[in-house]
Write a protein that binds this ligand. Structure first.
Ligand SMILES: Nc1ncnc2c1ncn2[C@@H]1O[C@H](COP(=O)(O)OP(=O)(O)OP(=O)(O)O)[C@@H](O)[C@H]1O
Length: 583
């Protein structure tokens, strides 16, 4: 927990010091009041005392109460401000950190857990800071000050107070031991609930189509039930604490008055009034002592969960991204766009087997290199190594003759236009989706050109508001083919040196696929293109086709060469095209 406090800035530390002053003042004012109460008790019992003296003591007592109220309001306001600013900063740090993660780290944490950590976990820490800043500072001051005030009165009263505090500590100790492991589990179960809810919402169409609502409800019910059960256990244990504390406080009052009654009865007549006044004051201070420990208990209730949350937040913030920036901000040969794989092998983190093995090829400037092969043979994996979604396990991936690890990630990715297998669009407009990212161009003609090349202008211009038409989050108001065309337009609009299409044409009909490729050829001459495809028709005209089988290169060459030399390619070709089309 303490570790996370290093993210507090100097201004917030200063505010903490100021709130410390207010809290100390509040405690001082609170502890002054029993003194005035004692004066009033004494004055009331002393014959011939002046009414004005009672009024004066009462007035001071009232002022102390008002002062305590004002200082506590100010301290609470400062704590709320510190906690809100601190958690906002923590949230943006977490967001930035996650942005720097490679797919490996994101998969390790899981998306659901990263969301819980950025929301629920931060709220736990925020709550602890709001309450903790007031209570954690107040409780020890109050406890020490109140104990100092009552020491030297009567050992019997001190003994009763000490016993009450000891019982309190034992009860809290037991409760914390029972509850602490549950808090750890609570955050994990919240992750799980989040994961099931996300899966359900993402797959809602399939769930409906397969009438799998009940199955999903069961899954959600299980996660929900488990979370509720753990929550209930923790809350039940904690709910026993408040009545126990009340009982201890009442018991202590009773003990003080009982002991007081015996002391007063046994005392000589002149000492009786003094003892009575002492008893009133002592019982007030004793309550303050118990109150101080009660405040500490509140912290103990909040602390374990916030501690678990802080640990989970720190785990993310302390994770060193496995993908580190290289020193180069541009390639030494300028804008070329050559891609070379030198004996590249790769296995996914935590996987045992290599997914691609000993891949070597070169895509020269302006060339189109295509990858084809059966499902799961490693085509996407090959092209995903170029933008460094993962780093090669063995061998080298070079862009313009330089290992991709040598580039600053932003510089490397600015050379690339990447279209993923699944079209991803963001909430906004057509233009904001096409002119997207660091070197995404704002110029209207770039967007219009790119939309035209990707065969999207027809449907975009038909949309209400055209290029400014609303695109829902995930592009859910567009068809699969429309989404794919806009994501292709996004890559083209960057005018990159290298275009990577990871099976991006499969959502397009044959006619659009053909037109798009011919426009692309005209528009992007000089741009190196790497195309992963399922259809021979899409890649037939490529300068080089690489046939993959079980992660290895089974053949490389033009369509004509492969038709003569590569069995795997022939098999794919014959399964897709007629003899006439192939001729
Ligand atoms: N994130 C991942 N973690 C572990 N293994 C993975 C991961 N992504 C893919 N794989 C495995 O790597 C292999 C190659 O996957 P890849 O997506 O590269 O195949 P592909 O040839 O592009 O397939 P498709 O044509 O179906 O898209 C598959 O066996 C897959 O199970």
């Amino acid at each position: 927990m303490l570790k996370i406090l290093k993210y507090l800035n100097p201004k917030e530390w200063m505010l903490i010091c100021i709130s410390l002053l207010f809290i100390a003042t509040q405690v001082w004012l609170d502890l002054e009041m029993p003194g005035y109460m004692s004066d009033i008790t004494r004055l009331v019992q002393t014959p011939n005392s002046e009414m004005s003296e009672i009024w004066t003591a009462g007035g001071w007592m009232l002022l102390c109460a008002l002062g305590s109220l004002v200082t506590s309001i100010i301290a609470a306001g400062i704590a709320a401000k510190i906690a809100a600013n601190f958690s906002a900063r923590l949230r943006s740090r977490l967001f930035d950190k996650v942005q720097s993660f490679s797919m490996e780290e994101i998969n390790n944490f899981s998306t659901a857990s990263l969301i819980t950590r950025s929301t629920n976990d931060i709220t736990q820490v925020q709550m602890l800071i709001v309450i903790g800043l007031q209570v954690l500072i107040k409780a020890p001051i109050l406890a020490v000050w109140a104990i100092l005030k009552i020491t030297g009165k009567s050992w019997q009263w001190s003994f009763a107070t000490g016993t009450a505090v000891a019982v309190l500590i034992v009860i809290v100790g037991i409760a914390i031991t029972l509850v602490l492991p549950k808090f750890q589990k609570l955050q994990q179960l919240t992750d799980n609930l989040n994961r099931v809810a996300r899966e359900n919402l993402n797959g809602i169409r399939v769930i409906r189509a397969y009438n799998a609502d009940e199955y999903q409800e069961e899954k959600f019910g299980e996660a929900n039930h488990e979370l509720t059960r753990t929550n209930l256990f923790a809350n039940n244990v904690l709910s026993l604490m408040m009545p126990s504390i009340s009982m201890i406080m009442s018991g202590l009052s009773l003990a003080i008055y009982w002991i007081g009654a015996i002391l007063i009865q046994n005392a000589a007549a002149p000492a009786k009034i003094g003892l009575f006044s002492d008893m009133i004051v002592f019982s007030s201070y004793a309550m303050q002592v118990v109150m101080a420990f009660m405040l500490l208990i509140m912290i103990f209730i909040l602390m374990p969960r916030a501690h678990v949350s802080a640990k989970r937040i720190n785990e993310v913030l302390d994770t060193k991204p496995s993908l580190l920036d290289g020193p180069l901000t541009s390639s030494p040969v300028g804008r070329v766009g050559e891609v070379e794989f030198r004996h590249v092998s790769f296995k996914y983190p935590d996987a045992e087997d290599y997914v691609i093995k000993d891949i070597s090829f070169t895509a020269k400037k302006g060339e189109t290199v295509a990858f084809i092969g059966s499902t799961g043979c490693g085509k996407s994996t090959v092209v995903n190594l170029i933008p460094r979604f993962y780093d090669a396990t063995e061998g080298e991936v070079l862009v313009d003759g330089v290992n991709v690890n040598e580039y600053e990630q932003a510089a490397l990715r600015n050379k690339l236009g990447y279209v993923s297998q699944k079209a991803i669009l963001f909430g906004g407009t057509v233009t904001s989706n096409v002119a997207f990212g660091d070197n995404g161009r704002d110029a209207v003609y770039d967007v219009v050109d790119a939309v035209y090349t990707s065969q999207a202008s027809e449907f975009v211009e038909k949309m209400e508001d055209g290029y400014e038409a609303h695109v829902a989050q995930g592009g859910s108001n567009l068809s699969g083919g429309q989404k794919q065309r806009l994501s292709i337009a996004r890559a083209i609009a960057r005018r990159p040196e290298i275009l990577i299409f990871d099976d991006s044409f499969s959502a397009l009909d044959y006619k659009t696929d053909r037109k798009l490729r011919s426009e692309l050829k005209k528009e992007s001459s000089g741009t190196t293109m790497l195309i992963v495809a399922q259809r021979i028709g899409t890649i037939k005209d490529a300068d080089k086709i690489i046939v993959l089988e079980d992660g290895r290169i089974a053949g490389m060459g033009t369509h004509e060469q492969l038709m003569e030399t590569c069995d795997v390619y022939q098999e794919i070709a014959y399964s897709q095209l007629s003899k006439e089309e192939l001729a």
